[in-house]
Design a protein. Structure first.
Length: 432
């Protein structure tokens, strides 16, 4: 790049894992004409197969060092390893960013629980399952039904709902077989900071058991700027009937005001305890609407790119804007609420059994559907010829066929638009 062609107002912003869909969103945020968004590693490099964290860091540093011109920000909206790489790279290049220790206190599910329990009571029973034992057993104080999950994983990968000993043994076997894919590179990052003894003892490939939480799922999104925690939104996560798999995320939350306020209070308290600063976050909860009680599920040390269009539809500005402003060391200030719609959802069109994909909706069919139904955008997940069970980053119980973004004036209208979409989207499968 020839720096003489760059005006003083232009900013070079490197986005770890930049993909086409999110680049489109970024180019619509206020001030985007002044920003030059540069991809730094691909989503495939960061999320698929083995995760060579040292090699990824070396490649990122080489790319940044070779860049001719100022580096104004390094940001990302992805989970590990991107979230930790942002912290390490910002520190290396002297850019505004969150500390690696604070990120790891969120990313490591057991360490995060230890920190949460210091300042709130709204956590489930939890403990470590010793995978090195010949016959692993649940930790003291955690009874059935429970959830078993690695202390670090992508999305809901290797997370199992366990109701009895037989289910426990099967889940442990699967976690043992797959935990190192993310756990080993996570260990490499953990090894770069001084850990408390109870975290150092178990490392990054451990298994966490947690008591089952009940209620409806919801989340807050927020950021911290110079030590001041701001929660700017609350969203609902609605499951398929009789399932733990997400049907949709919707914004804004339709929960009673006292439940939303309780989630916001808890979010502020735990992010202050963790020492999180100069970055975005999201916190997931289980809520009981009748009582207003909320129990913390997990903390993500980044905002959710899945929610970007939802904020754009309702508030008029995607949450990516806050990530960019913080990356540049700027105060994001107050959110505006001037979108074209009053509610928006990201829906997950799923199939609950395996199969070989023999047909997916064509680009023409999708464009026609998006033109016919205002406030709709559709992303097809598998390609023709793919086997659903081989798709990356799926949960343990279902396979995503399409992400359907739907905006409307009422929840009923949103649900109706989604039904029209799924009825029109034609997927074919070869069974078995």
């Amino acid at each position: 790049m020839n720096t003489s062609s760059r005006s003083p107002e232009e900013k070079n912003i490197f986005v770890i894992g930049l993909d086409d869909a999110n680049e489109d969103v970024l180019r619509r945020i206020p001030g985007a004409a002044r920003y030059r968004f540069h991809p730094l590693l691909s989503p495939e490099e960061l999320q698929h197969g083995e995760i060579p964290i040292v090699g990824l860091m070396d490649k990122a540093v080489s790319h940044l060092d070779a860049f001719v011109g100022p580096i104004d920000a390094i940001v990302s909206y992805w989970d590990f390893p991107s979230s930790t790489m942002v912290a390490m790279l910002c520190e290396k290049y002297g850019l505004p960013g969150v500390s690696l220790e604070a990120v790891l206190k969120c990313e490591h599910k057991y360490w995060s629980r230890l920190e949460q329990a210091k300042v709130i009571d709204e956590v489930p029973s939890f403990g470590i399952v010793d995978l090195d034992r010949e016959d692993p057993r649940p930790p003291d104080g955690v009874g059935y039904p429970m959830w078993l999950k690695p202390v670090k994983s992508f999305s809901s990968e290797l997370a199992f709902h366990v109701a009895d000993e037989d289910g426990f043994d099967k889940a442990v076997a699967e976690i043992r077989a797959g935990v190192d894919r993310v756990g080993k590179p996570f260990d490499r990052v953990l090894g770069t900071i001084e850990l408390p003894a109870e975290v150092a003892d178990i490392g990054g490939s451990a298994c966490l058991a947690e008591g089952e939480l009940s209620g409806v799922q919801a989340a807050t999104e927020g950021y911290v700027y110079k030590g001041q925690v701001t929660v700017y939104g609350a969203l609902d996560s609605v499951n398929y009937p009789d399932s733990t798999c997400f049907l949709r995320h919707q914004y804004p939350s339709q929960l009673p005001e006292d439940a939303v306020e309780r989630m916001k209070e808890i979010s502020v308290r735990v992010m202050e305890q963790i020492g999180f600063d100069n970055a975005t976050f999201s916190v997931e909860f289980f809520c009981h609407p009748e009582s207003g009680q909320a129990c913390l599920l997990e903390i993500n040390p980044r905002h959710s790119q899945s929610h970007a269009e939802l904020f754009e539809y309702v508030d008029g500005v995607a949450n990516h804007q806050i990530m960019v402003q913080l990356g540049l060391g700027q105060d994001p200030g107050a959110r505006r609420n001037r979108g074209d719609y009053r509610i928006a959802g990201k829906w997950y069109h799923r199939r609950f059994r395996d199969g070989l994909v023999t047909r997916v909706p064509t680009r023409g069919e999708i464009a026609e559907l998006e033109a016919e139904i205002p406030g709709v955008r559709i992303e097809v997940v598998p390609e023709k010829g793919a086997r659903l069970s081989e798709l990356p980053a799926q949960d343990s119980y279902s396979y995503e066929l399409a992400h359907v973004f739907v905006a409307a004036q009422t929840q009923r209208e949103m649900e109706s638009k989604y039904r029209k979409c799924t009825e029109a989207l034609r997927f074919d499968f070869e069974e078995g």
